[in-house]
Design a binder for this molecule. Structure first.
Ligand SMILES: C[S@@+](CC[C@H](N)C(=O)[O-])C[C@H]1O[C@@H](n2cnc3c(N)ncnc32)[C@H](O)[C@@H]1O
Length: 228
């Protein structure tokens, strides 16, 4: 089934052609949501204001400094690094960094995912968005020493059952062709002048490069930290 856009029931012609996908974009509550042709799968949409409020509520009760992601990106005391998130996706990590007090510039190179993000941003009003920028480009073009951290979370091959994506994410993964250039993007990040490069990996997966990183492990996720 070709990609279809529906805005309040009316068909919209997409600006990009992905004719072999099963996806539909539907306009719900002021923004586009993505769903597959399986009615049992929940649609995917990024509710930025809600997500940020949820994180803020969590950080009011529990210290940010206890969080593995915070230690990985270099949050320490009152220090909040300026982050370049090279892999926007559904903004899960970017919004976490933003709620933790960081300034964040995020990019996404897949036009379909970038469309979903831009639609979500237009529908969001949270004051924290003053510290957020989004660019629908390849992250390589934004690599620069002005950032304290480059954060990289490329798509991975499943290594075990626990790390496999939620059913809801099946369509999202089907639309993306994997990030096969991950190693070369990481190599470029390491030579662009950013002092700290953080790669998110499934806990049991191999490192992206031969060079040994500092590893921080959680239950299912691992952060590989490279200092340049
Ligand atoms: C695993 S997802 C990221 C998930 C994200 N961290 C989150 O929490 O929602 C990887 C995403 O990064 C994008 N991506 C991969 N390499 C990229 C690059 N070099 N520049 C921009 N986007 C990239 C892919 O298109 C995909 O949408």
């Amino acid at each position: 089934m070709p990609l279809i856009f529906l805005k309040d029931g009316e068909k919209i012609v997409p600006e990009f052609d992905i004719s072999d996908t099963e996806a539909t974009f539907e306009w719900i509550n002021g923004q586009y949501w993505l769903h597959s042709d399986d009615p049992k799968e929940k649609p995917i949409g990024i509710e930025i204001d809600k997500i940020l409020d949820r994180h803020l509520e969590f950080f009011r009760k529990s210290s940010i400094h206890k969080e593995l992601f915070a230690r990985a990106i270099g949050i320490k005391g009152a220090v909040r690094p300026k982050v370049l998130d090279l892999t926007g996706g559904l903004l899960g990590d970017s919004l976490l960094f933003l709620a933790a007090g960081c300034e964040v510039h995020t990019c996404e190179r897949n036009p379909l995912v970038a469309f979903l993000i831009q639609s979500a941003i237009k529908n969001a009003h949270h004051p924290l968005l003053q510290k957020f920028r989004f660019s629908p480009v390849d992250g390589e073009s934004l690599l620069s020493p002005e950032f304290d951290v480059a954060y990289f979370d490329p798509m991975f091959e499943d290594v075990n059952h626990k790390a496999s994506p939620k059913k809801q994410m099946r369509i999202f993964r089907a639309l993306l062709d994997g990030d096969k250039d991950a190693e070369s993007v990481l190599e470029k990040a390491l030579t662009c002048g950013v002092k700290r490069v953080v790669v998110k990996r499934p806990r049991l997966s191999k490192e992206l490069l031969q060079k040994k990183p500092l590893r921080m492990e959680g239950k299912s996720t691992r952060y590989d930290i490279y200092f340049s």
